[in-house]
Write a protein that binds this ligand. Structure first.
Ligand code: DGY
Length: 328
């Protein structure tokens, strides 16, 4: 039996407090990719070899090849994210014996805050307003230009009434929203009742909503659901906010929808790829606001996510129950 310490490989630098904790661990040997540049596939395949635990982030593609490269000691994969579409869960199921940890709950507030931020930016045409100031254009206060819209009396559509969807709806209600509809794989009465939210089909949600917030996970059912047909069903005044995953939206169809005025504005924290090139037509589009995936990017939340991921990794290495585990 080997007497070496278990190896924990971490694919990226953590925020300061969690990084300090990681560096102080004595019951595992920590190996870490600390460069400012994301770990490349080749680096990952090489560095993961012989690891007992792997802490990864959402831009690391974790598939059968990585699992094989890790070797027979690997007991746990712990992603510092609530979304785990970057992990091939079928490969994990087939392999067996490896737990998957993730970080639900701790990022709900920060992500819901970002969703509201984007909704307001879109509604109040903040992209244009900031450009006007940066370019030294515009003549100061005007009664008739730069006018946006407000949420008073409007219908909010939440695609995916999970933790983040609920927190987003609760935050938006005080802005005067009068009706909330939601869609998803099944009704969530427990979550919907306190918000007086109504379960409707996806098509109905598109038809009724003034503001549509995408809060669902990316999976086979949700990939590309915002396509040409979906945009055609939406109100021409509608705002679309996505803080979930870029691939839920067909970006070519979104561009066409914005060009044709099928919807008023899209505000995205997530895109494919990330980041979008600076000259991408969506980045340049006056009716599209894009943030660089900062939904959970607060000191508090990123440290909490990283700490939970460390907890999950340590528990998995020791063969204990993970604090937050994906059912495989
Ligand atoms: C996640 O954890 O999945 C989020 O996208 C990070 O912001």
């Amino acid at each position: 039996m080997s007497s070496r310490l278990p190896v924990l490989f971490v694919t990226s630098k953590l925020p300061a407090l969690a990084q300090q904790r990681l560096e102080a661990l004595t019951d595992v040997e920590v190996r870490q990719h600390t460069s400012a540049h994301a770990i490349s596939r080749t680096q990952l395949l090489e560095a993961v070899g012989d690891a007992d635990g792997l802490v990864c982030i959402l831009s690391d593609k974790i598939d059968a090849e990585v699992i094989q490269a890790a070797g027979s000691r690997l007991r746990v994969i712990s992603t510092v994210s609530v979304g785990y579409d970057h992990v091939d869960v079928n490969a994990l199921r087939r392999h067996g014996g490896i737990s998957l940890g993730y970080t639900p709950d701790v990022l709900t507030d920060a992500t819901a805050d970002t969703t509201v931020l984007l909704a307001l930016m879109a509604a109040r045409r903040v992209k244009k307003a900031l450009q006007t100031v940066a370019n030294g254009e515009g003549g100061g206060f005007s009664l008739s230009t730069g006018l946006g819209s407000q949420f008073t009396g409007k219908t909010l559509g939440i695609v995916g009434l999970g933790r983040i969807g609920c927190a987003t709806a609760a935050r938006l209600l005080p802005f005067g929203i009068t009706r909330i509809v939601y869609s998803g794989s099944q009704p969530r009465d427990d979550r919907a009742q306190p918000l007086n939210a109504h379960y409707v089909s996806f098509e109905e949600l598109l038809k009724q909503s003034d503001l549509v917030c995408i809060c669902c996970p990316l999976n086979e059912r949700t990939a590309g659901i915002f396509n040409r047909q979906a945009f055609a069903a939406m109100k021409s005044t509608a705002i679309l906010v996505n803080t979930a995953r870029g691939a839920i939206i067909n970006q070519d169809d979104l561009l066409e929808a914005l060009d044709k005025g099928l919807i008023a504005h899209a505000a995205l924290d997530v895109t494919v790829p990330e980041p979008l090139p600076g000259d991408h037509p969506l980045v340049r589009h006056p009716n599209c606001t894009i943030l660089p995936h900062i939904g959970s990017a607060t000191e508090e939340t990123r440290n909490a996510m990283s700490n939970l991921a460390i907890d999950n990794a340590l528990a998995g290495i020791k063969g204990q129950e993970l604090s937050a585990k994906v059912d495989l």
